[in-house]
Design a protein around this ligand. Structure first.
Ligand SMILES: [Zn+2]
Length: 105
């Protein structure tokens, strides 16, 4: 990666920004920031181990969930990103968690 002024670089990374308030927070196929997780199959939620801080063992907060299907995939895919907000856990490995759920389309 170069920091040359004026150079143009292309990346496959796509960034998102909040674009408005979610009026109905019950759609697992919509991306959202914070709140409670919405599972693709609410009848079989994953183990709470996935949102447990590996440093302090308390439950982490959902930073965001993003509906992120892969092109040409036969599966829906949602990425959940969790984090612990305790000062004692900051900068320690295990205070973030990423969990991906796939479900057949
Ligand atoms: Zn923690």
């Amino acid at each position: 990666m170069s920091n040359k002024k004026g150079s143009k670089q292309h990346s496959n990374v796509q960034l998102g920004i909040p674009d408005g308030e979610i009026e109905v927070d019950n759609d697992a196929y919509a991306s959202k920031i914070g709140g409670t997780p919405l599972w693709l199959d609410p009848n079989t939620p994953p183990s709470s181990d996935y949102c447990t801080c590996r440093v302090c063992r308390d439950k982490m907060y959902l930073l965001f969930q993003s509906y992120a299907p892969l092109p040409d995939s036969a599966f829906h895919r949602v990425v959940y990103v969790w984090a612990c907000n305790k000062r004692s856990c900051m900068k320690k490995e295990g205070r973030f968690g990423v969990y991906i759920i796939k479900r057949k389309r």
